[in-house]
Design a binder for this molecule. Structure first.
Ligand SMILES: [Zn+2]
Length: 194
């Protein structure tokens, strides 16, 4: 997807993903340096968590790392994101958990210097796609459509970890009938049930 140049990702969010690459420090370092996200003299883990980074540079670096380590590894990295995060008290079940992914995602990005979610008004700024979560009425099932620039397997890991946090038996799979970003589609669709 096209991302405007003014869109940035928080160092906090970037750092959490880079932590997931700790098994591949030299590969991660190579791409972080190549796209200007880390200085060559810095260790790979030393992403500045106080800073904001251009999202396009981060997606390019992420893509380079993913291609070398294999897209399958991104599932585990995605899983580690909610496992290591703290959640506000109103996130108490699988529905609010999966719905909160899109809010957290926007809170960790900004456009023209402005946070892309305003907790006071609930307003979201468009420009980075979404994690659209829809519960299926009358069934223990949530459909999540991801049309953001992050990789397919990474998103499945995030949703799966969020789901099992609240429903131990929950399973999350890619809907094989829907498009996939790995195959040039604009979105991926994941089904979670429990
Ligand atoms: Zn996909």
């Amino acid at each position: 997807m096209h991302i405007e140049a003014s869109v940035e990702v928080s160092g906090e969010s970037l750092g959490a993903i880079v932590d997931g690459f700790k098994k591949y420090p030299s590969i991660a370092a190579k791409y972080l340096v190549k796209f200007g996200l880390a200085r060559p003299e810095n260790q790979v883990m030393e992403v500045d968590r106080q800073r904001w980074y251009p999202l396009n540079d981060w997606i390019a670096a992420y893509d380079g790392i993913a291609r070398e380590i294999g897209y399958n590894s991104l599932y585990g990295i995605g899983r580690s994101i909610p496992e290591n995060a703290t959640f506000p008290p109103h996130i108490q079940d699988i529905y609010s958990g999966i719905a909160s992914i899109d809010v957290a995602y926007h809170l960790n990005h900004r456009k023209n210097g402005q946070l892309m979610f305003d907790p006071a008004t609930g307003t979201m700024i468009e420009g980075i796609g979404h994690y659209h979560a829809k519960p299926v009425e009358g069934d223990n099932r949530i459909i999540c459509v991801c049309d953001n620039p992050y990789p397919c397997d990474f998103d499945r890991g995030i949703i799966a970890a969020m789901a099992t946090r609240f429903e131990k038996q929950a399973r999350t799979v890619h809907d094989s009938e829907s498009p996939c970003r790995k195959k040039g589609g604009e979105s991926c669709t994941f089904v979670t049930w429990w």
